[in-house]
Write a protein that binds this ligand. Sequence first.
Ligand SMILES: Nc1nc2c(ncn2[C@@H]2O[C@H](COP(=O)(O)OP(=O)(O)OP(=O)(O)O)[C@@H](O)[C@H]2O)c(=O)[nH]1
Ligand SMILES: [Mg+2]
Length: 400
Amino acid sequence: MQGSFARISDTLEAMTERPTRCFLLAHQGPQDREADIGEHLDELGELTRACGMEPVGREHLRRAVIDARTFYGKGQIETVAGEARRLEAVLLLCDDELSGSQVRNIEKTTGMTCLDRTGLILAIFEQRAQSREAKAQVELARYEYELPRLKGAWTHLERQGGGVGLRGGPGETQIEVDRRMTRLRISQLKKELQHLERVRETQRQGRAPGIPRISLVGYTNAGKTSLLRALTGEGEPQDMLFATLDTTTRKAWLGWDEGAIEPRHVLVSDTVGFIRKLPHQLVAAFRSTLSEVRTADALLVVADAASPELEDQLKVVGATLHDIGCKDQPRLLILNQVDRLPRPRRLDLKRQHPAAALTCALTKEGLDDVRGWLMELIPGPPKPRELEAWELHETSEKPD
Ligand SMILES: Nc1nc2c(ncn2[C@@H]2O[C@H](COP(=O)(O)OP(=O)(O)OP(=O)(O)O)[C@@H](O)[C@H]2O)c(=O)[nH]1
Ligand SMILES: [Mg+2]
């Protein structure tokens, strides 16, 4: 069975004592805009750096039809591989999701290691996972990703053994063993995660009953952890894609209730970020972490207002929330990082998203709007008022 990519990359780095150099590729169909593909490759470059590697070149491969064997055109790949080798790249990273056999055919054609976008995101998650739960979730996603790819790894042996349908050939035996081992591990991991989800549910119920729970969600690197820090004083923001994998929940003070009866609080949870084409294996495996989002009383949807991809990122977040089963919770859009915007752009954004709060997590600008929204959302204790005469229950009967 194939080892994890994170280990391949570590080995390469150990051998060369410098970050693994890679060349980025993306397919551009007749309907795709040049600029969009360019932005997708920018993001792939960020993902590459997040994995500790260095992108040294990139290419859009224009093609109307996908080649079933190599995804891109064979001639295109050979040309790109020549350029990549000239730049001393050892890895080809493809922004498109490829099948196992397409990856192997590209590797055979070019003599270089090839990795698709899903494989890269899995490798980043593998590097980041800290808690037992995150590790189990990532391992499950890895096996789910590998399972359909196992077959292709051994088809050449099947063919040597006499063609499709042959039983008991050397390749087939190995496939059967690999598949059985993978399925066994998948079912063990699912059981372990079900147990961890029950533990999480019990913890959730035991956590400060009666205090509303709010989740910070949004595109990766938008500033969710920074906002957790700004609201609660805790959390370690980092300029890095997928810095946060584990859920952290902290209490945030919102303000005093009218009449200063008691302070109002919410529990705020920070969790894993979303991204375009977030591998469905990861979404499924992170079910238990994402249950925090699904069961929250309200969502703070955080976006990087200064990103040129803002609107696309918002669409990705909307679709991902829908996929994980978030439909009816109240949501506040937080356009964060407005300190990086010129004033006219801020006004434009306010016009485009009139209900949104514009914030800077670093200076805490705009956080009063967020707290105000949360205060309105959450019903507080009944306000004190003068009782009217008819409510005083004065009895006409005099005690003896
Ligand atoms: N200028 C500016 N930078 C910000 C702001 N909010 C966050 N950042 C920076 O953006 C980077 C990412 O912030 P995080 O809070 O870690 O982002 P995140 O959404 O939690 O990211 P992941 O956990 O990786 O998904 C960090 O370098 C922050 O310092 C802001 O309002 N203004
Ligand atoms: Mg974070």
